[in-house]
Design a binder for this molecule. Sequence first.
Ligand SMILES: NC(=O)c1ccc[n+]([C@@H]2O[C@H](COP(=O)([O-])OP(=O)(O)OC[C@H]3O[C@@H](n4cnc5c(N)ncnc54)[C@H](O)[C@@H]3O)[C@@H](O)[C@H]2O)c1
Length: 255
Amino acid sequence: MRAILTGATGGLGRDVARRLAADGHHLLLLDRDDGVHALAAQLHPAGEGAVLAVTADVSDEVAVEQAVALAAQQFGGVDALVHLAGIGGPATEVVDTALADFRQVLEVNLVGTFLMARSVARQLVRQGSGGSLVHVGSVFGEQAVGGGAGYCAAKGGLRQLTQSLALELASHRIRVNTVAPGNMATEMHWEELRARAVRHGTTFETERERVAAGIPWGRFGTGEDVAGAVAWLISPDADYVTGQSVAVNGGIWLS
Ligand SMILES: NC(=O)c1ccc[n+]([C@@H]2O[C@H](COP(=O)([O-])OP(=O)(O)OC[C@H]3O[C@@H](n4cnc5c(N)ncnc54)[C@H](O)[C@@H]3O)[C@@H](O)[C@H]2O)c1
């Protein structure tokens, strides 16, 4: 399979990149971080597929179009998008949030998803070969929290965008799904807990223990957990799965 993976150098992205490379897919890794080139060089000898890298901003329309065209040209087509690129956004309450900060998180997390999905979907429709888009949302796109409205709104929007696209693209045999991680053992999550500790007047350790105690599965999640869901969603095993949000969160909705 030929896949484009965004946010490849991030805490979760690296594990997803490793898994998709090990599964033998051709990969175009995209990130705004230059480290994406070193990652591609590391992964290439490990897997059977070719691994390319592009430094680009997912909220830049021209850069997105160029990256998708490059993948199509180098691999002779594209079969899947795995879109992880995202930012945390302001950890402030709405009344204290600057417009520029609110716009920034929507621009990267929601508009970036629109641009990547639109470009890959157009390519897939032109090919007429079907395909799969996987957008990485968040537990906060399913249920909002205070002190992060921009992120929640962007990830909630991403989930709805996924459903609209799933309806629009079903007749082209293009499946579109969200993976919604939560409680990941990553810097992004620790940053959020540090901000929460400041808001609650507690400590990072207290917040971390509080979250850990609420996870039925008894541990924080990993990039491998996300990679497993992604690998399944882009595979033919998920052929009848579209428009869904697959929660990778250790069962927190159940408690
Ligand atoms: N870590 C978590 O706890 C958690 C939980 C739920 C959802 N998520 C989502 O999973 C995804 C990955 O999270 P992570 O923990 O790996 O975060 P991370 O910050 O480690 O990685 C994000 C990656 O996206 C890249 N990126 C950011 N803005 C970009 C842009 N405009 N253009 C191109 N690349 C850009 C960064 O350079 C980075 O490599 C994000 O969408 C995040 O919202 C993470």
